[in-house]
Design a protein around this ligand. Structure first.
Ligand code: NAP
Ligand code: ZN
Length: 348
């Protein structure tokens, strides 16, 4: 077994604190990665604090992992010691159901294994990226082709990147399409960058007027302050697709009214409490849809990483030491992060 330092939550109310855990020795198909950076996703906070009522403690969050390969099993063909590598939100799935065959392991019909809090669908607990090393089977390890100096800014692609790329591709964001992104946080800022790179006309919706200039720089064609009835009214019936990343319950009707006929709003934000009920007539009268989307499959995650490397897309990050994590969570709750915290694991 490999002993490694980590940071863990031990209860829904306690602060995260130093912890020690063991990783398995790499088997024939395994890759061992020295973790260099790990992004801080709002899902880490929801899980550490038990907000989804499914947390197994101790909980070591972190599913935006990048680092360097330090060991590989005999059967590993795609990675060698010294390579840069990434791990996202999943480390295993059944591999034989319809979804797995289609490369949609995130929708595995027998339940995928999360990088942390793995037993959501059964099985043992798993420990995530707030640690120094991780051992993952090769088929769930991603190739990082970005420049090594940009590594901290690559980490958030492993969740925020794929969670926005996948629905933007699925619902056809591209030239001639008007796409709304709701919320300029970790997911939202990647959504703006990726939708812009795909060629869509991007309208950013934010509750924070102070983020307007950033929104434009990140690639939004229009920034709409969602608390302004006039600015919202100007977007009515305009959008083909909306990607809603907000981490708190809010009025969905305000956004549904902005969709054209046959438009879709995909929810990726996963608040602990339900959204207030919405008015069915907003759907019926224009055949609009509300949808959801979960991260993305491994093949698509690699495609997204390569797309971001080709388009020089990186996350905008604030790099922090691990002992800042509890403060970082509090700031994230105040929407006070530009636009992703990333932990420098050398601080652990
Ligand atoms: P984040 O960095 O905290 O960003 C959320 C943004 O939502 C905030 O920056 C803020 O943007 C907006 N917001 C927050 N509270 C709001 C409120 N009360 N009303 C309106 N807007 C509000 O979070 P994140 O890491 O991007 O994650 C967002 C959500 O997605 C979380 O619930 C997370 O668990 C979920 N998630 C889902 C998936 C998936 O696969 N579906 C994957 C990863 C994360 P403005 O200041 O611009 O308004
Ligand atoms: Zn995440």
């Amino acid at each position: 077994m490999i002993k490694t330092k980590a940071y863990a939550a031990h209860s829904s109310t306690g602060a995260l604190a130093p912890f020690e855990l063991h990783r398995r020795n790499p088997g024939a198909e395994d890759v061992q990665i020295e973790i260099l950076y790990c992004g801080v996703c709002h899902s880490d906070l929801h899980t550490a604090r038990g907000e989804w009522h499914n947390t197994q403690y101790p909980c070591v969050p972190g599913h935006e992992i990048v680092g360097r390969v330090v060991a590989v099993g005999d059967g590993v063909r795609g990675f060698k010691v010294g390579d840069l590598a990434g791990v996202g939100c999943m480390i295993d799935s059944c591999g034989h159901c319809h979804s797995c065959h289609e490369g949609d392991e995130q929708y595995c019909e027998n339940g995928f294994t999360g990088t942390y809090n793995g037993p959501v669908f059964g099985g043992e607990n798993t420990f995530g990226g707030y640690s120094r090393t991780i051992v993952v089977k090769e088929s769930f390890v991603l190739h990082v082709r970005h420049d090594e100096k940009d590594l901290a800014r690559v980490a958030p692609l492993l969740c925020a990147g794929i969670t926005t790329y996948s629905p933007l591709r699925h619902w056809g964001a591209g030239p001639g399409r008007k796409v709304g992104i709701v919320g300029l946080g970790g997911l939202g800022h990647m959504g703006v960058k990726i939708a812009h790179a795909l060629g869509a006309h991007v309208v950013l919706f934010t509750t924070s007027p102070g983020k307007s200039d950033d929104g434009k720089q990140l690639g939004a064609d229009v920034v709409c302050i969602s608390t302004s009835p006039e600015q919202m009214a100007a977007q009515a019936n305009q959008l083909d697709f909306i990607l809603n990343t907000v981490a708190a319950p809010h009025d969905l009707d305000a956004y549904l009214q902005l969709l054209k006929r046959d438009g879709t709003m995909a929810l990726v934000g996963a608040p602990a409490e339900p959204h207030p009920p919405s008015n069915v007539f907003n759907l019926i009268f224009k055949r609009r849809r509300i949808a959801g989307s979960l991260i993305g499959g491994i093949k698509e995650t690699q495609e997204m990483l390569d797309f971001c490397a080709d388009h020089q897309i990186l996350s905008d990050v604030e790099t922090i030491p691990i002992d800042y994590i509890n403060t970082a969570y509090e700031r994230m709750l105040k929407s006070d992060v530009k636009y992703r915290f990333v932990i420098d694991m050398a601080s652990l």
